[in-house]
Design a protein around this ligand. Structure first.
Ligand code: NAI
Ligand code: MG
Length: 358
């Protein structure tokens, strides 16, 4: 029987609540599809600060590297807001992505038919939307040097970050996007700010150069401000969106609202070798943490991506996705997705319905 080692990073806020549900469902599908999952819980973020005094202990990174896949819920809490940046939970997550060299972040945004009424956008705008954001994850302004804050002689303080991309960094993420576009509808839109930023001009030049090797992919370019607008104006025009770290962060939260809630969006972060990391797009939702109110579906869909991409257990992945569709079609919703005529469920009760659907 195939057996896989999964590092579980429950993290902070709603993390533990949604992780508990994902684990139960994963254990059930493993049984149904005849493979074994060995879970190894490790601390990260605020959880690790409490236990180890740092947001990414070496033991957590080592466990992740030694596993077949990493499943992360979310990190972060307001109580750490005043810590120096390097000691904050978010630095642990950035260090984890960098430590595993997870440069490609895939964020699929597909409308679940049962949720057509849950979006703040009109049904005719969002129906049929099926797009994929490919976000560069280990470069750009989140990692560029120099950065920091300095006192100036005139008494002012200056804060600065640097947006950098090297040609090889652009090439490797562009290749992922072209390959995925080829497997989908063959339409790729690269999002940049090449009218203003030098780093974006380099980005655009490299993407154009790679297009020569993909004559079957229809490539276009869009400035990020226009892309933000087009995403809510006519989202069906997009198939694969290729973006840098910062732009992808912002555009994918925006795209989440097409589906009705940020609690619906899963993601996969992949490197060129080694285990992938699978996590919902949302954060630790401190405002609803510990109240059994969270939507666990983005976490469950992230577990499904882990099964499909990380473990090549396609049938089990599909079973999880079908369970999600089934509970939504039965009208079960967490508070973030509520609509007239639906049944409101707590996070844990949604977990029970998912198990029943499986
Ligand atoms: P957030 O995504 O945690 O929350 C934004 C809003 O969406 C909140 O109103 C929250 O209640 C709601 N929400 C998020 N996930 C939900 C779910 N599953 N079900 C129902 N409602 C949900 O983003 P925010 O508030 O900007 O950040 C909170 C903390 O999370 C911060 O410390 C931030 O740094 C961290 N964060 C962590 C991420 C990660 O672990 N990958 C990603 C984004 C933020
Ligand atoms: Mg974000």
């Amino acid at each position: 029987m195939a057996s896989y080692r999964i590092t579980l990073l429950a993290g902070d806020g709603i993390g533990p609540e949604i992780t508990a549900i994902a684990v139960k469902l994963l254990e059930r599908v493993a049984q149904q599809f005849n493979f074994q999952l060995d879970f190894d819980h490790q601390p990260v973020g605020g959880d690790a600060i409490e236990k180890f005094g740092e947001p990414l202990p070496a033991s957590t990174l080592a466990a992740c590297k030694a596993s077949d896949a990493v499943l992360l819920a979310a990190i972060g809490a307001p109580k750490y807001d005043n810590l120096p940046r390097q000691q904050r939970p978010e630095s642990g997550l950035l260090a984890l992505r960098a430590g595993l060299d997870l440069f490609a972040n895939l964020r699929p945004v597909a409308i679940v038919p049962a949720l057509i009424d849950a979006s703040s956008l009109r049904p005719e705008v969002i129906s049929g939307v099926d797009l994929l954001v490919v976000r560069e994850l280990t470069g750009g302004i989140y990692f560029g040097q120099p950065k920091g804050r300095v006192q100036l002689e005139n008494g002012e303080e200056r804060g600065f970050n640097t947006m950098t991309y090297s040609s090889s960094e652009v090439d490797r993420i562009a290749k992922v996007a072209f390959d995925l576009a080829r497997q989908r509808r063959g339409v790729l839109c690269s999002v940049d700010k090449a009218n203003v930023l030098d780093v974006s001009q380099l980005w655009r030049d490299r993407v154009n150069e790679m297009a020569g090797a993909y004559p079957d992919v229809n490539l276009s370019h869009m400035y990020v401000d226009n892309a933000a607008m087009q995403l809510v104006r006519q989202p069906r025009q997009f198939d694969v969106l290729l973006t840098s770290n910062l732009f992808g962060d912002i555009l994918s939260d925006e795209a989440a609202m097409l589906t009705g809630s940020i609690g619906m969006l899963p993601s996969a972060s992949l490197g060129s070798s080694g285990p992938g990391l699978f996590e919902p797009v949302h954060g630790s939702a401190p405002d609803i943490a510990g109240q059994d109110l969270a939507n666990p579906l983005a976490m469950v869909l992230s577990a499904a991506m882990m099964l499909r991409i990380g473990l090549k257990q396609d049938a089990a992945a599909l079973a999880l996705e079908n369970a999600v569709s089934a509970v939504l079609e039965q009208g079960f919703r967490t508070g973030d997705l509520m609509a007239d005529g639906c049944t409101k469920l707590a996070c844990s009760a949604m977990g029970e319905e998912l198990l029943r659907a499986l």
